[in-house]
Design a protein around this ligand. Structure first.
Ligand SMILES: Nc1ncnc2c1ncn2[C@@H]1O[C@H](COP(=O)(O)OP(=O)(O)OP(=O)(O)O)[C@@H](O)[C@H]1O
Length: 324
């Protein structure tokens, strides 16, 4: 790995990073039917974002509009500040995308396929080919013919090809479709590495919550072509998350008075026979609440978290249509 790529490892995905993609009120109407309806969301530098929705939600149509494969009926997509509608060449230059299955020459080796592809757009740059091959872990397979590759290896070769031109945004439509669990795990690991090492943003579409939850920093959830929600995932979600706790105490009424007197927690309910109260508050405010109860002379026997999983959230949002 050269020095430049080492430095790029420190890219922090998040609010301060520059915008790479902006979807601004994008719609698609086909034969009078609304397929995608005023979709807006952003992707920032280094972020891995999941486009999540049940089959038929409009993911592929959205991606096809983003990459200029089909026209938008309304709205615009900005890539690195360039409009897909009005400045297509400059906008598309920043995108690497795999939308259907990547096509290769089966009787050529992986290496020759990459060289052939690079020759079409640029001069062959062996150093860049080596870098992308390492990023997707295909070093061993480079001199084998593509017809001997597994589906997962073909997918990774496709990603390597998409990375050759150093795109700012990599778009992958259902990249783990048809892969076995080991292939899915590998793909997940390579995604993270690519985003970190190359400092690029990745948009992954999927109908599987578990997949998006494990790879992505944020999920854009769509249903019937409409935005349902944009949510943070993983560590970012935990930091901003509300928790629901059941607290068993010795003095229930005192505990309730304290909770109601603070601005950090909401009382959801109580069970006087068990001397328990249920509260909702930000995870980061739990120590303050425990301290307040202690200072108020309330003894705590037990604190239990009532888990509402992301899966339950998604099922609620999409009416039970997502495969977890
Ligand atoms: N050219 C078209 N003509 C008519 N209907 C279309 C066309 N393209 C897409 N659709 C419809 O639009 C809806 C969204 O399709 P799209 O392929 O974008 O969904 P998706 O979320 O990618 O689903 P999947 O995961 O099944 O591919 C579907 O109901 C589909 O039948």
């Amino acid at each position: 790995m050269n020095q430049m790529t080492m430095k790029q490892q420190n890219v922090e995905p998040g609010k301060e990073a520059p915008l790479v993609l902006q979807m601004n009120g994008v719609s698609k109407i086909i034969k009078g039917k609304s397929i995608v309806d005023k979709l807006s969301f952003d992707i920032r530098k280094g972020e891995i974002v999941g486009l999540l929705g049940p089959n038929g939600a409009g993911k592929t149509t959205t991606i096809r509009m983003m990459t200029g494969l089909i026209r938008m009926s309304e709205g615009d997509v900005m890539i690195q500040g360039h409009s897909i509608r009005n400045d297509f060449k400059r906008a598309i230059a920043h995108i690497g995308a795999i939308i259907e299955n990547p096509e290769f020459y089966p009787y050529m080796t992986g290496l020759d396929n990459l060289k052939q592809y690079q020759r079409m757009t640029d001069e062959v740059n062996d150093e860049r080919i080596n870098e992308v091959v390492q990023l997707v872990g295909l070093q061993e397979a480079m001199n084998k013919k593509v017809k001997a590759y597994s589906l997962g290896m073909r997918q990774r070769l496709g990603i390597a090809q998409a990375l050759l031109q150093r795109p700012k945004l990599l778009i992958l439509d259902e990249p783990t479709n048809g892969l076995d669990p080991a292939g899915i795990r590998e793909m997940r690991e390579y995604m993270r590495t690519i985003a970190e090492v190359e400092g690029i943003s990745i948009l992954i579409s999927s109908h599987m919550l578990a997949e998006i939850e494990q790879i992505c920093h944020r999920a854009v959830v769509i249903q019937n072509g409409k935005l349902v929600t944009v949510t943070k995932l993983g560590e970012e979600q935990e930091a901003a998350a509300q928790v629901k706790l059941t607290i068993r105490v010795d003095l229930l009424q005192s505990a309730i008075d304290i909770v109601e007197g603070t601005e950090i927690a909401q009382l959801n309910g109580m069970d006087s026979t068990r001397a328990e109260l249920t509260v909702t508050l930000l995870d980061s405010n739990v120590p303050a609440l425990v301290t307040a109860l202690g200072i108020g002379g309330v003894g705590i026997y037990r604190i239990t978290e009532l888990k509402q999983s992301l899966e339950e959230d998604f099922l609620k949002w999409t009416g039970g249509n997502l495969i977890a």
